[in-house]
Design a protein around this ligand. Structure first.
Ligand SMILES: [Zn+2]
Length: 338
């Protein structure tokens, strides 16, 4: 297949980045759960995006913690930041759009501060284990699914009902995706995509709006075979595969035990780099809006999986909900040992 210029640009972008990262790029870990650990109360329809309003300094701190744990890619606090969500809090359209941009500005400023620290540090690692190694760092602007905006756990069921059409989803995301694409981020991270319809909506939007930055598509699964709605995982991956902006496709916020089989099925339908950032394996109680304790894997177990995922074909690896800077530091160590 002959690539168009734009395809070629997108794939060169990720290929170059991965080469510089010695084949595996490390993504950060859970943002929302880490904000909570720092004392933020996220019991709100805006979830982590609430901190854009109330405590942006905490978002900066968490980004910095992940960079110092060895992350090459940090994901912005815009997962549940939507114009509609901010407007229902009484904010104006302009204020809402500024908050979307602000999520990227905070990540960019954390990256700048981090580079300053690297420049003044005498070694790549401090005695207390902080990684201060100058390297290329990417900012991935998060776009959470429509279900995340609903804040009723439906990004884990993928069931939006018959009234939610492809057009409705496109209209829901259109302006948000445009603002985010023009905010200075290096790429868009479509995260926790629960069904085929939403993948299609994103792919069409990128095309219709002529979005010029790259994107990754990360789906979630609760059986290791399908995406959470029950739609075929390969069909979802194929939608991402056919989109010219796509630089990686994979899985997020899914228990580690399902990942290996999912990588095997992704490989059959994509030539793009595979992105994997599972949750800790703990289960989420959508009614209580809390994670059920002690049902997950330890950082050591998580890390023992990571090398197997990379052998199976993953090239971008990190963590999602309930993973922490310690998880990411452990991934960094195991990958740099090779
Ligand atoms: Zn998650």
């Amino acid at each position: 297949m002959v690539e168009t210029t734009s395809d070629a640009l997108s794939s060169a972008f990720m290929t170059d980045f991965l080469r510089k990262a010695s084949g595996t790029a490390i993504i950060d870990g859970g943002l929302a759960t880490e904000l909570e650990r720092h004392g933020a109360d996220l019991n709100d329809p805006l979830w982590s995006a609430k901190c854009l309003l109330t405590s942006p300094h905490l978002i900066h701190t968490v980004h910095m913690d992940y960079l110092e744990a060895g992350a090459d890619i940090i994901i912005t606090a815009s997962y549940q930041a939507t114009i509609q969500g901010f407007e229902s809090k009484g904010l104006s359209r302009d204020e809402s759009e500024s908050l979307l941009r602000k999520s990227v500005e905070i990540a960019c400023s954390a990256r700048e501060n981090y580079y300053d620290r690297c420049n003044t540090s005498i070694s790549d690692e401090t005695p207390d284990g902080k990684i201060l190694k100058k390297r290329q760092i990417l900012i991935a602007a998060s776009v959470g699914s429509y279900g995340a905006y609903l804040a009723d756990g439906s990004e884990y069921s993928g069931n939006y009902g018959d009234n939610v059409t492809l057009e409705a989803l496109k209209e829901f995301h259109r302006r948000r995706v445009k603002v985010i694409a023009e905010s200075g981020a290096d790429l868009i991270a479509f995260e926790t995509i629960p069904n085929k319809l939403e993948a299609k909506a994103y792919a069409e939007l990128l095309e219709e709006e002529n979005i010029s930055i790259p994107a990754w598509f990360a789906f979630n699964s609760k059986d290791g075979i399908h995406v959470v709605s029950g739609d075929s995982y390969s069909e979802c991956v194929s939608i991402a595969e056919s989109c010219r902006n796509t630089v990686a496709v994979g899985i997020n916020c899914t228990p580690p035990r399902f990942i290996h089989d999912l990588i095997t099925s992704i490989k059959k339908v994509t030539t793009k780099p595979i992105v994997i950032y599972p949750n800790s394996g703990e289960s989420y109680d959508a009614d209580l809006k809390e994670w059920v304790q002690n049902t997950g894997v330890s950082d050591d177990d998580f890390v023992s999986y990571v090398n197997k995922w990379c052998e199976a074909g993953a090239s971008l690896v990190g963590g999602c909900c309930r993973t922490t800077p310690n998880t990411i530091r452990a991934i960094y160590r195991t990958r740099s040992k090779r």
